[in-house]
Write a protein that binds this ligand. Sequence first.
Ligand code: FES
Length: 279
Amino acid sequence: MPDVVPTRALPDRGPVHATGEVLATRRAGAYRVLTLAVPGIPERFRPGQFVAVSLDTAHLARRPLWIHRVRATGTHGATLEVVVEPCGVGGRWLSALPQGARLPVTGPLGRPFALPRESVPCLLVGEGYAAAALFSLAERLRDRECPVTMLVAARDEAHLLSALEARRLARSVTVVTEDGSVGSRGTAATHVGAALDASGAPVVYAAGAASTLAVVAREASARGVSSQVALERPMPCATGLCHACVVPVLGGDGGVLQVRACLEGPALPGDRVLWDELG
Ligand code: FES
């Protein structure tokens, strides 16, 4: 397996807590994409990290959101985009936020994806809105001259995130939907083996449901491919305090460690996660 370099948080790269402003909001199929101006967060962001937003006091306490894109634009300086699925009380509230709304944001949080030391081909597997975590990664990999192949999957066309953007970033894109409404019929799990074989990538990055990530990690290991997975867990505090997001992983000595997805993750080596013990 190729060397990947764990990215460690530097002192000046720690999270900040700031009031964000919604600069723009747009529909993306079944999702809502919010463009936020949040001083200090875009500059610190690395692919794989996320933000936690505090919701209206009448709703849920906090919500982790993947950072889709960071853009250096306009009078507000760098901005970030987050993707919201309008389901549940908190998701509907966030999706309905108008331009100009303000909300507390903490980030960037978590450990980012480890990047290859050399310019090697990389396969990125994204499912549903979680695919948001992979687009800035694709840009970063391209900057490092790593040829990028993407597999983007969703249950239907409406839940497919940024397939056109994927085509701009990757040299090759496979689109898969469960209902066959666009691309090939199937799931990320059913297509990842073929995608690994076709890409010849020694590194795969994946974001999606835990059951999908488990398959990606298993298929990667079977081929001697290194896997990095962005693991989504319930995150009430998102800062390492409540231990609600623990993930069992294999330690270096063969013992089992309980790591926190919000602090030691969300990007984790897929072959270290004990998928069968994940609650
Ligand atoms: S969400 Fe509280 S420790 Fe991770």
